[in-house]
Structures are given as C-alpha cells and as structure tokens.
Design a protein around this ligand. Structure first.
Ligand code: IYR
Length: 224
C-alpha cells in the first residue's frame, strides 16, 4: 500500500457472482430506463424527511477534492413558489419570444413546452441547486473549489436517481437566465444557480413526450 494520510478501510458491501451481476445490471437498466422528466405534478404532499434524505443521498456524490461545492435550497412556501413562477415565466416568455434561436425552438417542438410553468406552483417542493464557485472564509479570504460544474452535475444525477427510486418524479428545469433565483432566495455571492428541480408525485393522467433513447451502438465505443 502507498503511504497515505488518514485512510480507513473500505468495506465492500456486495460481492456478486457473474450471473447475479448480469441479472442485476439488466434490472437496474430497466428500472432507470423508466425514469422520465415530468412537467405534470400532483400537489400531494411529500414528507419533509424524504426530501432531506434524497438531498443527503445527492450530497454523497463525488466532487473535486471532496469540496462538495453545492447548496440545495428547498422551497415549499406557496408565496415564494409563486414569486419564483412569476420571475421564471418572465424570463421564459422573453426566451420563447426572442432569445431562443429558430433551431432551438424547432428542437423543442416534441416537448410541447412554452413559457408557462404552472408546475412551479403545483409541485410540493422546488429544489434549487446552487453551485458554490468558491468558499468565503473569515476576513473575506476565498478558498478554491474544483471541477464545480462536474461535481454539482453528478450530485444532481444522484438526486434524480434517488427521486426515481422512490417513485417520485422531477424535472430538470433551467429557466434562462437564472440570476433571479439568487435574488429571490437571497443567496451569497459565491453561489450561482445551477438547476431548478420540482419534485413530487406525478399528476393523474400525466403525459410525457414520445421520445427515444439512443441505442448502445450510438452511445458506446469499445476499445478491446
Ligand atoms: N428553458 C425553457 C426551454 C427549454 C430548453 C431545453 I434545452 C429543454 O430541454 C426544455 C425546455 C423551458 O423550460 O421551457
């Protein structure tokens, strides 16, 4: 073993035989393949402990130098959800009517989206993920974070997986630009909005766009 500082023993949790490995990997693929981004939420309450646990599950994601450069803001207050919806819709209205290119609007046609975002008020929780560009230490000293986008993206992936695991649904929403979220949530200057994720149960009769995933030949390049 290399000489390491304060390493502790890694306790492996599973050691499966090959057949079980293959079976489990197939059923995990099937399970994750059933995840969809949803825009139609029920207003049914989700226990606060569930939200806390899925966020702490997300916070186990790997990050540059283990800096964990994220803050998860959780909004359930109806008045604040309304203010977020109003501000998001203002930006989205400008986006759909002038900012987005024709190509972009064309690419979005299968999703049948527009500037209106009622789910921002209907979903019981909005998780707004902020990336922490750096840390502010005493006397205004700044400490660096590393690979911030990669780290926070991974944490969001973990969060979406945890949400799916529980049969709940989410949308990775990026109203653009997102600066209004820093103001409405009164975030410090080292934080920037990364993703807005409504979470809840699906609405009765919720629909999703009929889109396809790439097949393995398009996704994987083997070098054997
Ligand atoms: N932010 C807009 C537009 C939008 C952009 C992409 I890229 C999407 O995958 C979906 C939507 C909206 O949320 O409607």
């Amino acid at each position: 073993m290399l000489k390491q500082h304060s390493h502790i023993r890694y306790e492996s949790i599973l050691c499966l035989d090959e057949d079980t490995l293959i079976q489990k990997s197939e059923s995990y693929l099937k399970h994750l393949n059933a995840r969809r981004s949803l825009r139609f939420f029920s207003d049914k309450a989700v226990p606060k402990d569930v939200i806390e646990n899925i966020i702490m599950a997300a916070s186990t994601a790997p990050s540059g130098a283990n800096k964990q450069p994220w803050t998860f803001c959780v909004v359930s207050a109806p008045d604040l959800k309304k203010r977020i919806r109003i501000a998001a819709e203002e930006e989205e209205y400008r986006g759909y009517n002038s900012r987005m290119s024709d190509e972009w609007l064309e690419d979005l046609k299968p999703f049948a989206t527009d500037w209106q975002k009622p789910f921002l008020e209907i979903a019981p929780y909005l998780i707004i993920v902020f990336k922490r560009a750096y840390e502010i230490k005493a006397a205004g000293k700044k400490n660096q974070n590393y690979y911030v986008n990669e780290s926070v993206g991974l944490a969001c992936g973990f969060l979406l997986t945890a949400i799916h695991e529980l049969g709940l649904v989410a949308l990775t929403h990026t109203p653009s630009p997102m600066d209004f979220l820093s103001k409405l949530l009164n975030r410090p200057s080292n934080e920037r909005p990364f993703l807005l994720i409504p979470v809840g149960y699906p609405a009765d009769n919720a629909t999703v766009p009929d889109i396809k995933r790439k097949v393995k030949e398009q996704v994987i390049a083997w070098y054997e």
